[in-house]
Write a protein that binds this ligand. Structure first.
Ligand SMILES: NC(=O)C1=CN([C@@H]2O[C@H](COP(=O)(O)OP(=O)(O)OC[C@H]3O[C@@H](n4cnc5c(N)ncnc54)[C@H](O)[C@@H]3O)[C@@H](O)[C@H]2O)C=CC1
Ligand SMILES: O=C1[C@H](O)[C@H](O)[C@@H](O)[C@H](O)[C@H]1O
Length: 336
């Protein structure tokens, strides 16, 4: 059975996780080379995976012995790396976001369509999460009637230094921007982003939380709380309100404990734990499809629409929270 020879670019937090996941857990693929602009990071992951360190990303992408590429570099590097993969006709799994702005994603779409073959999968892994899939099944089956409202919260424990207000939308909220469209199967019509009182836990100069509101073409109203310094846990919430009822994203389950007059459960504190199965499912599907020479799952068009939505949310926030129409272009047949 052929084994997919994978090169990985970006050996930070998720690059290390994905490299080990592919090497030690998933089937029919192996990591043969890794690289990072910080050589020590690449060396650490190469040691963990028993593979070589490539000098540059180009060395990985141009290597004829490498079938496919995983991009886990930081957001601003995604566009150029994906374009290079398309130039070399290499299948590529690019962690979200596809690009930090819509114009970058459009360049990718242009290159992919000119090349005549879909090569890109975007790492919107919430679509592979069991809880979200259970929600979608119930909604699609009409269990709660027509969706009317969606309430979401994306809460991190701490943002760390260097995170910007734009990153809160393009890197963090981008999950809900992609996921919600997929969950309720409706396109976006207009967007708003407002900021109110900032938590004292936020770093100086970062207005946190931010509040996103999106109205869909059929009038469904979506609100998304993006709160990077929630402190109490890594807390992802989603509730869809329909005409006949509601459905919630199940919380991860931990055993309830009772001690010293206390009863309760612990909370998840980290994204890598909260969605560990979803990462496995999305990457195994990517491996299987790539071995067949096909792509499925979130593609460059999904990455573009998410980036376009994020651009307009940032514009709305910077204009004081105005409602901005999102004239979503028709999805090309190439990306059907
Ligand atoms: N799907 C998900 O739930 C998650 C996705 N991510 C995404 O994964 C990417 C990486 O995130 P983290 O691992 O948290 O960041 P990180 O900062 O820990 O790692 C990024 C690594 O990429 C390297 N790098 C940056 N530019 C590069 C280039 N041009 N060539 C080679 N290496 C380069 C950096 O030196 C760093 O080691 C981001 O795009 C982020 O949005 C991150 C966490 C979770
Ligand atoms: O993709 C991710 C993670 O899934 C976290 O939820 C976010 O908070 C983080 O910013 C982002 O990189």
């Amino acid at each position: 059975m052929k084994e997919l020879q994978v090169g990985l670019i970006g050996c930070g937090a998720i690059g290390r996780d994905h490299a080990q996941r592919i090497q030690n857990k998933l089937q029919r693929a192996k990591i043969v080379a890794v690289t990072d602009v910080i050589k020590e990071s690449a060396q650490k992951v190469a040691q963990l995976c028993g593979c070589k360190v490539a000098e540059t990303a180009e060395d990985i992408i141009a290597d004829p012995k490498i079938d496919a590429v995983v991009v886990t570099a930081w957001d601003p590097a995604h566009k150029e790396l994906v374009l290079e993969c398309i130039k070399h006709k290499k299948f590529v799994f690019c962690e979200k976001p596809l690009a930090t702005e819509a114009k970058g994603a459009k360049e990718i779409i242009k290159a992919e369509m000119e090349g005549g073959q879909r090569l890109v999968q975007v790492g919107f892994m919430r679509r592979y999460d069991k809880g979200y899939r259970q929600m979608k099944e119930l909604i699609d089956a009409g269990e709660i009637g027509a969706p009317l409202l969606v309430h979401s919260a994306h809460r991190n424990v701490a943002s760390g230094q260097g995170v910007t207000e734009d990153f809160m939308i393009t890197q963090t909220c981008i999950h809900e921007i992609d996921l919600t469209k997929w969950l309720i199967q409706d396109d976006y019509d207009s967007v708003r982003c407002i900021v109110g009182r900032t938590s004292k836990e936020a770093p100086e100069g970062l207005r946190d939380p931010q509040m996103v509101m999106i109205r869909t073409k059929s009038g469904i109203c979506i609100d998304i709380e993006v709160f990077l310094n929630a402190r109490f846990g890594y807390d992802i919430q989603c509730q869809v309100v329909g005409e006949n009822g509601t459905v919630n994203l199940p919380d991860p389950s931990y055993p309830p404990i009772r001690k010293e007059a206390f009863k309760g459960t612990s909370l998840c504190m980290d994204w890598s734990v909260r969605f560990i199965e979803a990462y496995d499912v999305e990457l195994q599907e990517w491996i299987d499809n790539t071995l067949e020479g096909i792509t499925s799952g979130p593609n460059s068009w999904d990455g573009y629409i998410a980036a376009l939505t994020a651009d307009l949310l940032i514009q709305s926030r910077d204009e004081g929270g105005t409602e901005i129409k999102l004239n979503t272009p028709e999805r090309p047949v190439f990306y059907a």
